[in-house]
Design a binder for this molecule. Structure first.
Ligand code: DX5
Ligand code: ZN
Length: 228
């Protein structure tokens, strides 16, 4: 597995399986199942009960997923008020990339540099109500820009349509230089619109894990993403 998955060219569309909707009693096997079904990477949602109104997973869970999936690309989404606190713990736990929120840090460039010094890839996220322009000073510094298409905190919410405009805004400015990830409400019915807007990393939790057929859901998202 390529540790630099987000930086590889050409930028083929990627499907990230968010294990927030997986069976927590079998996270390792569910991660392997998602990869076998066609997911390109595993997305680990980290919540602190402060930046978002929920608690989820920490570095120990990331380390457990790494043990179960030694070759997987692990993409850690930090929905926490103090992401700097968690860079070293996740680097030690086998993460490949960390994404933190622009709303949470004064100096995203400095934190990105710290993450890179630990050998991590970096992403910059923003909530649905945060202006696209907040990403502008940082477009060259991150491997991926993450557009939240739900208010973060829970899986299974409805896709927020206006997030497509932010994705378009980012893709126009990024060209081929970086990836645009969308997270929240992404599934077979929304992946086409996401791809058309310029998204090339689709994060999906409930559409993959809540249905009966993980492989069929992954195939349907890949198909919609490739047709756009
Ligand atoms: C939301 C998380 C998402 C979430 C997506 O706060 O960041 O990654 O798991 O869940 P679905 O795909 O069900 O909207
Ligand atoms: Zn996420």
């Amino acid at each position: 597995m390529a540790r630099d998955l987000f930086r590889q060219r050409p930028r083929r569309p990627l499907l990230a399986a968010s294990i927030l909707s997986a069976d927590f009693t079998r996270l390792g096997q569910q991660s392997l199942d998602a990869l076998a079904a066609g997911a390109d990477l595993i997305h680990i949602d980290v919540m602190d009960g402060h930046f978002v109104p929920n608690l989820s997973m920490g570095p120990a869970v990331c380390a457990a997923v790494r043990r179960a999936c030694p070759d997987a690309f692990l993409d850690v989404h930090l929905m926490v008020t103090d992401p700097g606190m968690f860079l070293t713990p996740f680097a030690k736990s086998g993460a490949d990339s960390v994404t933190f929120h622009v709303e949470t840090v004064d100096d995203p460039a400095a934190l990105a540099a710290q993450a890179r010094a630990l050998g991590l890839g970096v992403g910059l996220a923003s909530n649905p109500d945060t202006a696209a322009e907040r990403h502008e000073p940082y477009l060259k510094l991150f491997d991926v820009q993450l557009v939240m298409s739900v208010h973060p905190g829970f899986s299974g919410q409805a896709f927020i349509e206006k997030s497509l405009a932010k994705t378009q805004w980012l893709r126009t400015r990024l060209g081929d230089a970086a990836r645009v990830q969308m997270d929240g409400g992404v599934g077979p019915h929304t992946a086409g619109a996401c791809a058309k807007a310029g998204c090339d990393v689709m994060v999906s939790a409930s559409a993959l894990f809540d249905g009966k057929d993980l492989k069929a859901a992954a195939n349907a998202i890949h198909l919609a993403a490739s047709v756009g």
